[in-house]
Design a protein around this ligand. Structure first.
Ligand code: SF4
Length: 491
């Protein structure tokens, strides 16, 4: 582990523009907002009902959190144990410092089989490193087999949600994509069953001919070398069992120490993600078995910035994530902007804390530097998180680091925000000064719009109003109201 210090290379962790600019574009798309709002409200309600059935939900959350802390404290030893057990059962283990290295390893393994196409199980890790794009550039076709991922791939689109990558698409849009990209499917309607059957027939041909599959993994069990994929459609299981060669790319944080630890996560994950009591398709495999399933198995252990995150005592809790997406579905910011505005393959609250840490940030102007601010800090994400990741605290921690980094870049000189805070502190420290400031703020009523909001202030305050607006100041201050209603007797 000592030389295994990875930083991200190519991949899909950083967008082209900062969140406020991307969010503005997303907010103007009313169809997108309708699609996302409808979908997240439905998932939210179902998840709440599924969680309410569990009397020991809080104990399960605490157990999941404790297990993840144990993993982070013993990660090097657990990874080496995992490696020994995979090799002992006939698998091959590869270590990838970053996305570039992981992509090269996977492409070389596919080429060695003589194949130029692969079927894929839905995998965030391979999206993170841009594996499909890399393979395409090197003459290898990768076919996504998860229904939502298929919609995204055929639509030449990007995923916008961890669990439901095509959440931004409605049925009519999906029918259009299928009609255009799968002409063999014939005439299609908006009926979900018709669309699902068309995708099924399309994918079946791929499953029966593919010789290589690429997957991610939800969990890797160190004590046995077992890998686990949790999915809802059964397409993943086809990929994991039919081809001759299976290549799994797993982030190093996905390790669990013992097989019995899965008991906790297999209760937390389905209820938090798809609002199901039990996951429909849980596939587990340990090495290779003669005459049964893939005869060649490769595990690629991916760092890609994770050891950097691990070094941050506060931020490392982001590595506890089990990718359930519950935090996305309760986030008011995600609901209004959708996932593309985050620029990263990890959108929503978890993306706001994970992506900037995986890539590191270069200061103001870096799209990922804006992500810790893509939150109202309402706390809903922490309440929903099945492994109790305190996302709001990590957001504040990352904001503070960002401010320090930017101040360092200015040679320690204060920013406009520093000066504004100092001025506010000075005004609030004296009753007379505060009273004067209150009266001056009343002038804000003159520049408020017809919606009673202040949306455009001159520089430097424009940096605030570029992404937020302010309510119009009230006609009467608190002190004026108090004096008027209490005979002028201030307490
Ligand atoms: S941060 Fe928590 S709620 Fe969000 S995806 Fe990860 S595990 Fe789920």
């Amino acid at each position: 582990m000592s030389t295994f210090l990875g930083t991200p290379g190519v991949g899909n962790l950083r967008g082209d523009e900062p969140f406020p600019a991307a969010a503005r574009t997303a907010l103007s798309d009313s169809q997108l907002r309708r699609n996302i709002g409808h979908a997240t409200q439905t998932i939210r309600a179902k998840r709440l009902a599924a969680v309410a059935e569990c009397d020991d939900w809080e104990e399960l959350r605490a157990a999941g959190s404790a297990l993840k802390q144990e993993v982070m404290a013993n990660l090097p030893a657990l990874l080496e144990q995992m490696e020994r057990n995979v090799i002992a059962r006939g698998g091959v283990v590869h270590w990838a410092r970053d996305g570039d290295e992981a992509n090269r390893i996977v492409a070389d393994l596919i080429r060695a089989t003589g194949s130029d196409e692969v079927v894929k199980v839905k995998s965030m890790a391979t999206q993170e490193i841009g594996l499909n794009e890399y393979l395409e550039a090197h003459g290898i076709a990768a076919f996504e087999t998860d229904l939502a991922e298929l919609i995204v791939q055929l639509g030449h689109d990007k995923p916008s949600h961890i669990l439901v990558p095509a959440i931004h698409r409605n049925r009519a849009e999906i029918r259009e994509i299928f009609t255009r990209e799968m002409p063999e499917a014939g005439e299609l309607t908006d009926d979900p069953r018709v669309l699902a059957m068309a995708a099924r027939a399309h994918l079946r041909r791929k499953f029966l001919t593919a010789r290589v599959a690429v997957s991610g993994a939800n969990f890797g069990v160190a004590e046995t070398g077992t890998l686990a994929v949790v999915e809802s459609e059964g397409n993943g299981r086809m990929c994991l069992t039919l081809p001759q060669t299976l290549i799994t790319v797993m982030g190093i944080e996905k390790i669990v120490p013992r097989f019995t630890d899965l008991e906790v996560f297999m209760q937390l994950l389905p209820r938090s993600s798809t609002a199901e009591r039990m996951n429909p398709y849980t596939s587990m495999w340990t090495g290779v078995h003669p005459g049964d399933g893939p005869q060649e198995f490769h595990l690629v252990l991916l760092d890609n910035g994770r050891t950097r995150v691990l070094a941050d005592e506060v931020g490392r809790a982001a590595l506890h994530c089990i990718r359930c997406s519950a935090c996305l579905n309760v986030c008011p910011v995600y609901e209004r902007t959708g996932g593309h505005a985050y620029g990263s393959v990890y959108p929503g609250p978890i993306g706001a804390i994970l992506s900037p840490q995986l890539t590191g940030t270069t200061g103001h102007g870096d799209p990922n530097a804006s992500l810790p601010y893509a939150s109202s800090l309402c706390g809903a994400c922490f309440e929903a998180c099945p492994v109790r990741i305190d996302i709001p605290s990590i957001l504040v921690h990352l904001r503070a680091k960002q401010v320090d980094q930017e101040r360092g870049g200015r040679g320690g000189l204060p920013s406009g925000q520093d000066l504004a805070m100092k001025a506010a502190g000075w005004a609030m420290a004296g009753a007379g000064r505060f009273s004067l400031a209150e009266k001056a703020l009343g002038a804000g009523r003159l520049i408020a719009g017809r919606d009673h909001r202040i949306s455009n202030l001159p520089w430097p305050a424009s940096r605030w109003t570029a992404s937020r607006d302010l309510p119009e100041p009230p006609a009467e201050t608190f002190r004026q109201w108090w004096n008027r209603t209490h005979d002028g007797s201030r307490q």
